[in-house]
Design a protein around this ligand. Structure first.
Ligand SMILES: [Zn+2]
Ligand SMILES: [Zn+2]
Length: 179
């Protein structure tokens, strides 16, 4: 996982897969952060950001409302209906930039999420396909077992090799093709 900045002490740290350290670097910071929630005006839950706005008609019993719903309402220029869902286009739950949210029905939302899952699956599958590394003159240098293997060797991202295959441009000074 990528490094994140602790919401409380602002230190940079690497989150692990364990719960509750997605936003705070330590239990000390987590506890401080949680206690100060109303003071700082927001909290995180299940990856979503909630704003402390007790005066809002759609806030919950604790006075919080999901930030993506606030942004969604701004986008469609009206109060959201209960059954409407706000989807994050890039799949990142706390990326609440107005261009990243779309207000939709539940049915539409299922389609959006299926598309995200299908996209991820396709990328994972492609990362396992063997890839040919060629010199600029088109000479085969090596056939790698997968894009992952090649990218590890060159210290670049899998997407860098993938994009070279797809768009037929060079990556790491070589030509890349699917085997
Ligand atoms: Zn901290
Ligand atoms: Zn969604």
């Amino acid at each position: 996982m990528q490094s994140r900045i602790c919401l409380e002490c602002k230190a940079s740290y690497k989150p692990t897969a364990t719960k509750n350290n997605l936003y705070w670097c330590s239990w000390t910071c987590y506890n401080k952060g949680r206690k100060g929630e109303a003071r700082i005006g927001y909290r995180y839950s299940h990856g979503y950001k909630y704003i402390f706005l007790p005066q809002h008609p759609d806030s919950n019993k604790s006075g919080y409302i999901a930030e993506h719903r606030l942004v969604g309402a701004v986008k469609v220029k009206r109060r959201l209906l209960k059954h409407e869902v706000v989807h994050h286009i890039n799949g990142i739950r706390d990326d609440n930039r107005i261009e990243n949210v779309v207000v939709c029905t539940r049915q539409e939302h299922n389609l959006y999420d299926e598309a995200i899952i299908a996209g991820k699956k396709k990328r994972t599958e492609l990362s396992k396909v063997p890839v040919i590394q060629k010199s600029i003159d088109g000479e085969i240098i090596k056939v790698w077992g997968s894009r992952t293997e090649a990218s590890k060797h060159f210290g670049c991202s899998i997407a860098c090799i993938g994009s070279a295959v797809k768009k037929k441009h060079k990556a790491q000074g070589f030509i890349w093709e699917n085997a």
